[in-house]
Design a protein around this ligand. Structure first.
Ligand SMILES: Cc1cc2nc3c(=O)[nH]c(=O)nc-3n(C[C@H](O)[C@H](O)[C@H](O)COP(=O)(O)O)c2cc1C
Length: 344
């Protein structure tokens, strides 16, 4: 299938399908794993604050594997000058895009006066975007919610997008629920405020020239395809993380390209090569492996496989040794399951 024929509209936009920024989850190890399963989805980093980049260890926050492209750096901040400096760093490090977080509701982020509370200050966001665009040739994109607290009016998000677009932002990734800034944890804020995809669809109607991607609560390829009939892109968060194999047919279905991994076994093999390199460099392979624990989910033996990899007593061993035990455990699970089926 050529890209023109792949499902959805026309030639694939870079934002057609992406994996969401997720703190503590989408680090460079996680992104490497995801890249073994989809070559074409855009991968986002965890949010990095401007303070961490300006005052902290830049290499630790910004280094990534060449294989991760296309990869976007998500920034948290609200000072135009600081964001401009960080956008320059993103370009110097070789990122493909810089994204501004206007959707995170955590209290820590609110204290820093950025994240979702920035939706109350569209002109400040516009100033931030302009400063970032002046500082870099990279695309500058914004990820935001459809509203904050109990503001349910469509005009609120429409005016936010309009103001920020006037500063040159051409790509908006919209988590299709409000952020409630009081009384809900970040986790509850990803579950309790209702999803309203129709608001995102309306944005696409009102701003046909902008790239509008939808995010929130989407899981299956069919759900992705349905959204791609309405908006330009879909961003998937938790499902991609917990069920990485759910991305295995994204490239063929949504980009008209071959899928990189024929089966989970192939992903596991390539991932083990990566763990070997992590281990050889003196870093903890377990830190990387935690992102892959869902690889065999939904297949017989998956639980036994996961248990071996999560066993703290094995963390000092080389990853190959643990892999051999995990594989044996998984296959014993497969055998046990077929024995049960045979007996039934
Ligand atoms: C553990 C975790 C950490 C997250 N961290 C970020 C973040 O750093 N920046 C951000 O914009 N969104 C963050 N999010 C929100 C996701 O990007 C996404 O908007 C949300 O999970 C809804 O999409 P989903 O239903 O596909 O998971 C995080 C979500 C999770 C589960």
């Amino acid at each position: 299938m050529n890209p023109m024929q792949s499902e959805g509209l026309g030639i694939a936009s870079p934002w057609r399908l992406s994996v969401a920024p997720m703190m503590d989850w989408t680090d460079r190890h996680c992104r490497y794993l995801h890249r073994l399963i989809t070559r074409h989805a855009l991968l986002y980093t965890e949010m990095v604050t401007t303070g961490a980049l300006i005052h902290g260890d830049q290499g630790r926050h910004l280094d990534f594997n060449a294989e991760e492209h296309p990869v976007a750096l998500q920034l948290g901040g609200s000072e135009p000058d600081d964001l401009a400096a960080c956008a320059k760093l993103a370009e110097r490090w070789g990122y493909d895009e810089v994204n501004l977080n206007c959707g995170c509701p955590s209290e820590r982020v609110q204290k820093g006066a950025f994240g979702a509370c920035l939706m109350n200050e569209p002109q400040l966001v516009a100033d931030c975007v302009k400063a970032m665009r002046d500082a870099t040739a990279l695309p500058v994109t914004v990820k935001h919610r459809i509203g904050i607290d109990k503001i349910e009016s469509y005009e609120f998000v429409r005016d936010f997008v309009g103001t920020v677009a006037a500063a040159g932002c051409e790509v908006f990734i919209v988590h299709a629920r409000n952020a409630w800034l009081q009384g809900l944890s970040p986790k509850e804020n990803r579950e309790i405020p209702p999803l309203r995809y129709e608001i995102v669809a309306q944005l696409k109607c009102d701003f046909p020239g902008l790239t509008i991607a939808v995010n929130g609560g989407l899981k299956t390829p069919d759900q992705i395809a349905e959204q791609l009939r309405v908006v330009d892109g879909v961003m998937i968060g938790r499902e991609a993380y917990h069920e990485p194999w759910s991305m295995s047919q994204w490239d063929s279905r949504f980009f008209g390209q071959p899928d990189p991994a024929p089966d989970r076994e192939a992903v596991e093999d390539a991932w083990l090569d990566y763990l070997d390199r992590v281990h050889a460099s003196g870093r903890s392979w377990a830190h990387a492996m935690r992102h892959a624990l869902g690889l065999w989910n939904g297949t017989p033996g998956a639980r036994r496989w996961r248990q071996v990899w999560s066993d703290h007593r094995l963390k000092a061993l080389p990853p190959r040794d643990v892999a051999a035990q995990a594989r044996a455990a998984r296959l014993s699970g497969v055998a046990a399951e077929s024995a049960v089926r045979g007996a039934a």
